[in-house]
Design a binder for this molecule. Structure first.
Ligand code: FES
Ligand code: FES
Length: 140
């Protein structure tokens, strides 16, 4: 009953009042966008990060078209990564989210979506920076 209650309260809290819902301008050079889907159910999660000059995540937004656990997982993830370096953020595992929100086994893939989404956002940001470095170099 204790676990069931923890599941209830935390998931419901993140589900009913998800934090950091919205979008960042995809074209901004300091914004990374991750867009991932769950093959198991077809749900989709978009997660975006803004990275400051020191490589720290200064802003995070998400939009999730999916179940309550997926929404709760993305909401949790946005709060978790704000203020972290890209390295730290890339190491967050879905098992941590699942444990925090006490997700049942059938809902593990919902938290996996959040892990995939942050990784994909980091990758997008890094490939943007790499391209920028590339064009800057070529122009000299
Ligand atoms: Fe995706 Fe639940 S199966 S909404
Ligand atoms: Fe598919 Fe939650 S993301 S059931």
């Amino acid at each position: 009953p204790v676990i069931a209650r923890a599941y209830h309260e935390k998931v419901i809290a993140h589900y009913e009042r998800p934090r950091n819902v919205g979008s960042l301008p995809k074209g901004d050079i300091d914004v990374g966008t991750g867009l991932v889907g769950a093959p198991a159910c077809g749900d989709v999660m978009k997660l975006q990060i803004r990275v400051d000059d020191n490589g720290i995540i200064s802003d995070v937004k998400f939009k999730t078209f999916g179940c309550g656990s997926a929404i709760a997982s993305s909401s949790y993830m946005t709060e978790r990564v704000k203020g972290l370096s890209l390295d730290e953020a890339g190491k967050i595992k879905n098992t941590e989210i699942a444990k925090e929100l006490a997700l049942p086994p059938v809902k593990l893939h919902c938290s996996m979506l959040a892990e995939d989404a942050i990784r994909s956002a980091i990758q997008d940001y890094q490939s943007k920076r790499a391209k920028l470095a590339d064009t800057t170099q070529k122009s000299f």
